[in-house]
Design a protein around this ligand. Structure first.
Ligand SMILES: [Zn+2]
Length: 250
C-alpha cells in the first residue's frame, strides 16, 4: 500500500493514464542496477530515485574528478576524490530517503557482476568501456534481465533496450567486436553535458516504462541522435545467427 505522502510525492506520474497506482507499486517493488555513475548514470539515478524505484544498486569503482563536474551533476565540488557510487548514494538520500541504495563502490569483473545481478529487474549500462559492456551483456542474457544500453560522445548518442525475455538482438549482435568505436571516449573526443544528460534521461525513461508497464519500450531498434543538428533516427536491430553471446539462448 502506498502512504498518503507517497500518493502526493508521486501524484504527477500516478495521474498518467496507464501508469496509475499499480505502476507506482511496481516501481516501488523493483530493483535497478546502474553500472556507472558518470554522465549517463547521473540523470538516470536521480530520475529513478525521484520516481520512487524501491531499490537502486549503484556500481562504480572510480572517484569524482574535476573534469567530471561539467556533466556528471549528481556529484558536487565537495565530492572530488570520493567514490562515485558513494557520492551518488548521498545525493539520492538527500532527495528521496525512501529509496534503498545498495552500494558497490568498486570495479566489477564478470563474477562480481553475476553476484550484483541477484534480485535485479532491470540493468542500466552507464559505463564507458567495452570489456564491461560485453560482460554485462553476457550476464544479463544468462539471467534473462533487460539491459538498457546508452552511449554518448561529442554531440552524438545512441540508445537500445535488449530484453532477453523477448529475444532479438543483444548488445554483442550490435557490436560484434570492440572496434573503432571503442577508440571514441569522452576524455579523448569531448562531449557536451546535455548530450549525456539526454541519453541518461532516456535510460531512466525506458526503465520506468519497462518496470511500470507504461507506454511502449524501444524494441528491436537502435535510437541514434546527433544533438548538434537534432537529427534523430531509429534503425532496426536483428540478432546475428552466429553471435557468440546470445545464440546459445535462442
Ligand atoms: Zn547477440
Amino acid at each position: 500500500m502506498l502512504s498518503d505522502s507517497d500518493l502526493e510525492r508521486y501524484s504527477r506520474q500516478i495521474l498518467l493514464p496507464g501508469f496509475d497506482i499499480a505502476g507506482q507499486e511496481r516501481l516501488r517493488n523493483s530493483t535497478v542496477l546502474i553500472l556507472g555513475l558518470g554522465g549517463l548514470g547521473s540523470p538516470a539515478a536521480l530520475y529513478l530515485a525521484a520516481a520512487g524505484v524501491g531499490c537502486l544498486r549503484l556500481a562504480d569503482g572510480d572517484a569524482v574528478k574535476l573534469s567530471n563536474l561539467q556533466r556528471q551533476f549528481i556529484h558536487r565540488e565537495a565530492d572530488l576524490g570520493r567514490n562515485k557510487a558513494e557520492s551518488a548514494a548521498a545525493a539520492i538520500a538527500e532527495r528521496n530517503p525512501a529509496v534503498v541504495v545498495d552500494l558497490l563502490a568498486r570495479r566489477l569483473d564478470e563474477a562480481a557482476l553475476e553476484e550484483a545481478m541477484q534480485g535485479v529487474d532491470v540493468v542500466l549500462d552507464c559505463s564507458d568501456n567495452y570489456p564491461i559492456r560485453y560482460a554485462l551483456n553476457r550476464v544479463c542474457l544468462k539471467h534473462g534481465i533487460p539491459l538498457i544500453s546508452a552511449a554518448a560522445v561529442r554531440s552524438e548518442g545512441q540508445l537500445a533496450v535488449f530484453d532477453p525475455r523477448s529475444g532479438g538482438a543483444c548488445y554483442r549482435c550490435l557490436y560484434p567486436e570492440a572496434g573503432a568505436e571503442s577508440a571514441l571516449s569522452c576524455s579523448q573526443s569531448g562531449v557536451l553535458g546535455p548530450v549525456v544528460g539526454v541519453l541518461g534521461s532516456l535510460q531512466a525513461l525506458e526503465a520506468i516504462k519497462l518496470l511500470s508497464a507504461y507506454g511502449q519500450v524501444l524494441r528491436a531498434e537502435l535510437l541514434l541522435m546527433d544533438l548538434a543538428t537534432l537529427d534523430i533516427q531509429r534503425v532496426g536491430l536483428s540478432a546475428r545467427p552466429a553471435c557468440p553471446d546470445c545464440s546459445a539462448y535462442r
